[in-house]
Write a protein that binds this ligand. Structure first.
Ligand SMILES: Nc1ncnc2c1ncn2[C@@H]1O[C@H](COP(=O)(O)OP(=O)(O)OP(=O)(O)O)[C@@H](O)[C@H]1O
Ligand SMILES: [Mg+2]
Length: 258
């Protein structure tokens, strides 16, 4: 792979994983066209279901899940283990030379506990893209799970929001594009209509408007961070066939943060 070919970072949401997902075939096609592709995945629903299986009760503070010690163990096992390896093997079966790493590998993602109420959750993310660059230059498609190392406490793992991880990594890589594949068409306004373009100067307003909620908040935040660094950032519906190439060609509507 050419070291100067454009990097496209794709975040795959847990909500689109396992639905009729054609995104892996799209990834294979993109790579064949000469792009360096990097995947970051989530996995909220699988963590919730494994926590229930393990008898760990989910706790929430201000609507956000608390990651205590046992929850961190389940999150690490499910994200960096099961989901990551399932994705890698599915992609490999489609001819994508995928390799799975977590954010704790090779110094990829470091963070700090910024809100102790939330437990072992990383904020103030710092990304070191050198491992990912080496992998993409060698023709691999890195598949990154959102687990980080603690910058303060050597050896401590931290749970990271996958959208934030994708944003930090896109900036560190100097990616050409950051694309969030999710289960809605993009950011919807109060009437449920798609907002196709979010100019950077109105992005912050939108973030605090009350229109963007829950899982869409960290996506918009990450898009703003990335767009400020010159990355073309977008949020699209990944549940329909060929969504990714259609968005890149301009034929699929979605939300672009510019
Ligand atoms: N203004 C908005 N426009 C669109 N979706 C919104 C908005 N506000 C909140 N949402 C919610 O954000 C959700 C997408 O984020 P969510 O975190 O559920 O998915 P994901 O990040 O793709 O997957 P996962 O978190 O499971 O990895 C939508 O399904 C919708 O319910
Ligand atoms: Mg989410």
């Amino acid at each position: 792979m050419e070291a100067d070919s454009p990097i496209i970072l794709i975040k795959i949401g847990g909500s689109t994983l396992g639905s009729e997902d054609t995104s892996f075939a799209d990834v294979a096609a993109l790579q064949q066209q000469g792009a360096r592709v990097v995947i970051v995945h989530g996995g909220g629903p699988a963590i919730t279901s494994w926590m229930a299986t393990m008898g760990i009760r989910a706790e929430f503070v201000r609507g956000l899940r608390v990651t205590d010690g046992p929850s961190l163990e389940v999150a690490t096992a499910v994200l960096a283990g099961l989901i990551n390896k399932q994705l890698v093997s599915e992609m490999r079966s489609l001819g994508v030379n995928a390799v799975g790493v977590s954010g704790a590998d090779g110094g990829l993602l470091c963070g700090r506990i910024t809100d102790p109420d939330l437990g072992f959750v990383a904020g103030e993310l710092e990304a070191d893209a050198s491992l990912i660059e080496r992998l993409t230059d060698a023709g691999y498609v890195p598949v990154v799970s959102p687990i980080a190392a603690s910058a303060d406490d050597a050896g401590q793992l931290l749970n990271v929001n996958a959208d934030s991880a994708a944003g930090a990594l896109a900036v560190a890589l100097g990616a050409q594009r950051l694309v969030f594949l999710t289960d809605v068409d993009g950011i919807l306004n109060a009437d449920g209509r798609l907002i196709r373009r979010v100019p950077l100067d109105t992005g912050e307003e939108l973030l605090h408007s009350g229109i963007v909620k829950g899982g869409m908040l960290p996506k918009l935040e990450a898009c703003i961070l990335a767009a400020r660094a010159g990355v073309k950032a977008g949020i699209i519906n990944g549940t329909s066939a060929g969504a990714l190439p259609s968005w890149l060609e301009g034929s699929l509507p979605g939300t672009a943060v510019v």
